[in-house]
Design a protein around this ligand. Structure first.
Ligand code: TXA
Ligand code: MG
Length: 313
């Protein structure tokens, strides 16, 4: 149910959850200082309580209240990439309710680059927001995805299609070397070029032992259709398969054949919508052209990560 910004503010202040747009994906917002409201987020989304939520802020003063131990890198990265698709994990202060952090002593902070999100936060205060999909579905990049997942009941602020389409980069600043816990539109290369800060790149291999980012142990982003990288294609396409090509190779464009012509931003923006489309149109399979090296483009690492999660590797 689409609501105005004014109504969203009233509902959030009253302890309701409201979906709202950010530049990455839609979030399911709640007043971060109201434990009851935050608890509702987990219920509505069907999310395990030990998977912590990101707190979204609209100014640096809020960061200083939510954490008493902001490291130097935090300020450098905030100055360079905020507002924007970067979530920084820092030690949390006592102001952050335990339900927000899933029992951890840390909290993820992000200042989103979206006027409606920033307006809501400046009028209500910091907002917790996981991606607004139901657990196990791709993150919503369009208001209609939220209506698909929840029907018309959930209040929603309409900001149209999300600009980036994949969730923010999550970086852990609590150790001696910053570590990427989830790749997003702010890449390791951008961080080192623009700030000189050296970070440990994202590594799937950290996953099995001790997941630093609790979210990585849960299945995400899974369409009903099976997803695979392809190596060799048959001479003609199969009409029950959705094909995604990023280079100039492949079959001529068709309803089930998408070409991105090297535009990885566009591929990122459309990926989750295509996953959902594949299910609506009952494709059996999604076959994706293997991606080039991560260094070729900042969106390749996050694309690979979301596609591999959908493949289930
Ligand atoms: O782009 C985004 O980040 C979106 C928009 C709405 O801001 N939000 C989002 O939230 O993707 P969510 O909850 O779907 O994913 C947050 C990820 C999860 O994998 C979670 O485990 C991790 O960040 N995370 C959150 N707080 C953390 C913490 N204190 N320590 C480690 N990982 C944390
Ligand atoms: Mg999510």
């Amino acid at each position: 149910m689409i609501v105005s910004v004014n109504e969203a503010v009233e509902r959030l202040k009253a302890g309701d959850v409201v979906a709202f747009p950010t530049e990455t994906v839609y979030g399911l917002g709640a007043d971060a200082k109201n434990p009851e409201a935050v608890r509702k987020t987990f219920q509505v989304k069907g999310r395990p309580a030990d998977n912590p939520l990101i707190v979204h802020i609209s100014n640096m003063e809020q960061a200083g209240i939510l954490s008493n131990a902001l490291p130097d890198h935090f300020f450098t990265l905030a100055k360079t990439f905020w507002p924007g698709p970067l979530t920084m994990v820092v030690q949390k202060s006592a102001v952050v309710p335990d339900v927000v952090s899933g029992g951890l002593s840390t909290v993820g902070l992000r200042m989103p680059d979206h006027p409606l999100a920033l307006e809501l936060i400046s009028r209500v205060g910091p907002l917790t927001a996981p991606s607004a999909n139901r657990s196990g579905k791709p993150s919503p990049t369009h208001p209609r995805h939220i209506e698909e997942d929840y029907g018309n009941e959930l209040p929603l602020v309409d900001g149209g299609a999300a600009n980036i389409g994949l969730e923010s980069t999550v970086i852990d600043l609590t150790g001696s070397v910053p570590v990427i816990l989830r790749p997003g539109a702010v890449s390791v290369g951008m961080i080192s070029e623009q700030t000189g800060i050296r970070v440990q790149p994202f590594s799937e291999s950290r996953k099995p032992d001790a997941p630093k980012s609790p979210g990585v142990k849960y299945t995400h982003y899974k369409p009903d259709a099976s997803v695979n990288w392809f190596d060799r294609l048959p001479a003609s396409p199969d009409s029950s398969v959705l094909y995604l090509f990023h280079s100039r190779t492949g079959y001529p464009p068709e309803k089930n054949i998408c070409h991105f012509h090297g535009n990885f931003e566009q591929m990122a923006r459309e990926l989750f919508d295509l996953f959902r489309l594949a299910d609506h149109l009952r494709y059996n399979q999604i076959l994706i052209e293997p991606l080039p090296d991560d260094q070729k483009h900042p969106m390749i690492s996050p694309l690979r990560n979301r596609i591999e999660k959908a493949i289930g590797v």
